[in-house]
Design a protein. Structure first.
Length: 45
């Protein structure tokens, strides 16, 4: 995200295990007081 937004560069993100990414995204959503969704995904996904 730093290179994409700050440096306007091309980036590639590869997730090998989406459950870990979903759990981290859920934690961020809870910190931002967004309602959590099913299976660790927030409600806005």
């Amino acid at each position: 995200e730093y290179f994409m937004y700050e440096k306007n560069g091309h980036t590639l993100c590869v997730y090998d295990d989406l459950s870990k990414q979903a759990a981290a995204y859920r934690q961020l959503s809870l910190l931002l007081r967004r309602p959590p969704g099913r299976e660790a995904y927030p409600g806005d996904v």
